[in-house]
Design a protein around this ligand. Sequence first.
Ligand SMILES: NC(=O)C1=CN([C@@H]2O[C@H](COP(=O)(O)OP(=O)(O)OC[C@H]3O[C@@H](n4cnc5c(N)ncnc54)[C@H](OP(=O)(O)O)[C@@H]3O)[C@@H](O)[C@H]2O)C=CC1
Ligand SMILES: O=C(O)C(=O)Cc1ccc(O)cc1
Length: 450
Amino acid sequence: MASESRTTAVPPEMANFVVGLIGMGDMGKMYARRLSDAGWRIMACDKEDKYEGLVDEFAQNSNVQILRNGHLVSRASNYIIYSVEAASIGRVVAQFGPSTRLGAIVGGQTSCKDPEIKAFEEHLPSDVDIVSCHSLHGPGVDPAGQPLVLIKHRASDESLAKVEAVFRCLKSKVVHLTAREHDRITADTQAVTHAAFLSMGKAWHATTQFPWEGARYVGGIENVKINLMLRIYAQKWHVYAGLAILNPEAHKQINQFARSTTELYYLMLEGRHDELRDRVYAAKEKVFGAEGSPKWATKPLLQEAVLCQFTLGGSKAQPPSAANSKKPNNHLSLLAMVDCWSALGIVPFDHMICSTPLFRLWLGVTEHLFRTPGLLDECIRVGVDDNTFRRDDLQFTIAACGWAECVSLRQFDTWRERFEVTQRFFEDRFEAAKEVGNAMIKAVLASSEE
Ligand SMILES: NC(=O)C1=CN([C@@H]2O[C@H](COP(=O)(O)OP(=O)(O)OC[C@H]3O[C@@H](n4cnc5c(N)ncnc54)[C@H](OP(=O)(O)O)[C@@H]3O)[C@@H](O)[C@H]2O)C=CC1
Ligand SMILES: O=C(O)C(=O)Cc1ccc(O)cc1
């Protein structure tokens, strides 16, 4: 669309306001497109070697001006958003921060706020206000209705109001938090959720299987596991490494998830049915409330039936309608998640205000498992009596411990290698998974709004 024909969402008193974007990767481009479509003037850059490519890409968009580097963006913009890799934020702000225009506002889009805020405090001139942001969804998701965290770290009310005016066109749900609150909540909602899906991918890779091709991973819960695992492995490695390794609050959660997985697996392996049952039910009570006074809403977060159709399989082992050929599974990953929340005193429903689509699906299937009569007892029985999933669960446990160790040792390079080798194993299916995953998320969001 030519920008000249756009209607504008820019208030008259902000007609000359320029939004700067440093980092034009997936999120930076998403902001550039959406804000410029709403009438905001954008000045943006990526690394200098991408200058020509970006100029070509945005040539038709007269509201977006591509500059050669962050110095030029910083000097010319009123609100500058750093949208670079979390691990680079210190270096990039050190480089461009001192060029920030007098009296400007600065923020960042990185998924973990501790290093970002430290970098701003260290390198920005004292006349600059700091209002950071975080859209809690990936670049391909419509921001309307999704949470957008705003952090008024060092700013006047007037600066905050300007930032709110800029983001209003996204139609996201604004959540005001401190940087510390943000990191604590996203450690619970994102980092530990990703640890579960990353471990599933590793386990299926280690046992060289594409789970959608076999007959064991059939049904709504399995579709969520498979589609979200693929969705994560289809992304850039640094997004997940950054929010796990750099978030000081996340290490404890990821470590506890590995411990919960290992301890539940031991109980299954050693046939200690009653201990396993006691532990799972104690965790259920702590996380989901006692019998008769549950913490979940009357209406379940999601209907498993809605999820059954979103299978990547269908051509081989099972037709898409084969919901009733579901195989009972012990769902070690889901039991471990609830055990982990219980051990850390986390009530996941408290975080819904700040949740990603992926977290809502994960919590939704977990809730489904724990609130559907008979399902939890079936898991416990399968966990003890049935060897069908033993190997996969062993690999899942090894993977969960591997990720936890890698995170606690802050091993970015190892993290990357672990991620990319499994990414290559699954890459042929990313396109299909993206389509099915998007449709699944859309259907679940629609059914939860009914
Ligand atoms: N992807 C997602 O789902 C979400 C990501 N985020 C966060 O947003 C941030 C950006 O993520 P995303 O867009 O996905 O990542 P991308 O890797 O797609 O984008 C980051 C961009 O910043 C560029 N960059 C690095 N250093 C500089 C520099 N000195 N000057 C200018 N540009 C630079 C990178 O170049 P190069 O690749 O060459 O290093 C890259 O193009 C991350 O911190 C991420 O954690 C937040 C919400 C969702
Ligand atoms: O929904 C998720 O957890 C995602 O995987 C997408 C994502 C990744 C990084 C973020 O900082 C926010 C959202």
